[in-house]
Design a binder for this molecule. Structure first.
Ligand code: SF4
Length: 392
């Protein structure tokens, strides 16, 4: 089982109104240099047991494309010196519009970055302003063109549905434009409102219309239909790809493969326990510079219930035999009455020994992550927790 490596780069040009990630507005290259040295130091001093066989490296953020190529090279060299990285590894970098140039993209490619996860979010300029994204739709179009010209043949778009005031027509236009641009992968999310963000405050004070969950549900259904017709396969609740272009890295989270995270707020899973780093960038850097662990939180998990919780997000669902092999008990026998109830409600189906969400089940699960909807009712009956973000 190959591990994944996650590298968190917290810097952004500005802060989007809905964002609650661990990010910092980029103030100086010195701060970035110091952070890069810290993350390299954390990688070199890590005590992870599984050091052989890594086949995915993921620069997430934040906006990793604000790093210059020399900084990316420094971090990658640290990973290559500590982990045995497979030659065919997927190396992904999250990028935002208007943060790259043809030269920087060519340099990232030369360093081995072979996949771009591109934060488009919407092609609607009005909505981009509302979200304080710091770029317009033409920036997104131009950056995508640059990615192609630089030879990136594995590009993922992020799009958000259910924005305040967003109509079905507007959502369909977004989908149409994304499909016409033909990225290899699409990650499509419903807007999450996080307490403490400017957007939450705008909604509370009625300066923006509150998103309508029923409309968002319709958007999700339209998206499923449109993308299927366009040849994208849904392999996870929020993720769609052309055949063979699933995200290797993100799939590791859903199949409970080990992922080792470095950097501020990075999360790791070693196959038994999850742990997370300090969430404040300045504190993280100080801790690492003092050669102290930046870990703030460690927990053992109930692997069997996480396996179900995450497996239900996947299009292929959970293989009953594999579950028995891995955990020594029969999934259906263990949860018989709950499973019967979910079958009766048309939320799950069982085919060829696989348990998976129906379209209705997916819809409620998707809604659940932004509105604490049915996931809180469906998933906990399998004994898993529902308060964790599971996409990254
Ligand atoms: S670009 Fe992404 S990480 Fe940065 S502030 Fe916006 S939503 Fe947050």
């Amino acid at each position: 089982m190959s591990a994944g490596i996650y590298l968190h780069i917290p810097f952004c040009k500005s802060r989007c109104s809905y964002c609650d990630f661990a990010t910092d507005v980029l103030r100086s290259n010195d701060a970035v240099e110091r952070y890069v040295d810290a993350i390299c130091s954390e990688i070199r001093n890590s005590k992870f047991e599984i050091r052989n066989s890594t086949d995915s490296i993921y620069f997430g953020g934040g906006t990793p494309s604000l790093l210059n190529p020399a900084q990316v090279k420094k971090i990658l060299n640290s990973v290559f010196s500590e982990f045995s990285v497979a030659t065919n590894s997927e190396i992904t970098m999250e990028m935002n519009p208007a943060t790259v140039t043809p030269e920087s993209l060519a340099a990232y490619r030369a360093l081995g970055v072979n996949r771009a996860s591109f934060g488009v979010q919407t092609f609607d300029d009005h909505a981009l302003k509302l979200l304080a994204r710091g770029h317009d739709a033409n920036d997104a179009r131009a950056t995508f063109q640059m990615l192609r010209e630089a030879g990136f043949d594995n590009v993922s778009f992020d799009l958000i549905a259910g924005l305040p005031g967003q109509t079905l027509d507007a959502w369909e236009q977004n989908l149409d434009e994304a499909i016409a641009m033909s990225p290899e992968h699409l990650s499509l999310y419903l807007l999450e409102i996080h307490e403490g963000t400017p957007l939450a405050e705008q909604l509370r004070s009625n300066r923006q219309p509150t998103p309508d969950p029923e409309l968002a549900a319709e958007m999700y259904e339209i998206m499923l239909d449109r993308l299927a017709v366009a040849g994208y396969e849904q392999y996870e609740i929020s993720n769609f790809s052309k055949r063979g272009r699933e995200s290797r890295h993100n799939s590791k989270y859903w199949t409970l493969d080990p992922v080792f995270g470095f950097g501020v707020s990075a999360h790791s899973f070693d196959g038994r326990e999850r742990y997370a780093n300090e969430r404040d960038t300045a504190k993280y850097v100080e801790l690492i510079e003092q050669q102290t662990s930046a870990e703030t939180n460690r927990e053992s998990i109930d692997i069997a219930s996480e396996y179900v919780f995450l497996g239900l997000r996947l299009e292929e669902g959970i293989d009953r035999s594999q579950y028995t092999e891995r955990f020594g008990e029969d999934l259906i026998g263990k949860y018989q009455s709950e499973i019967e109830r979910l079958l009766d409600s048309d939320l799950i189906e069982i085919n060829n020994n696989r348990i998976k969400l129906t379209r209705k089940g997916k819809l409620f699960s998707q809604r659940g992550f932004c509105r604490v909807c049915l996931v809180d009712r469906v998933i906990p009956i399998f004994g898993a927790r529902s308060d964790r973000r599971v996409w990254f």
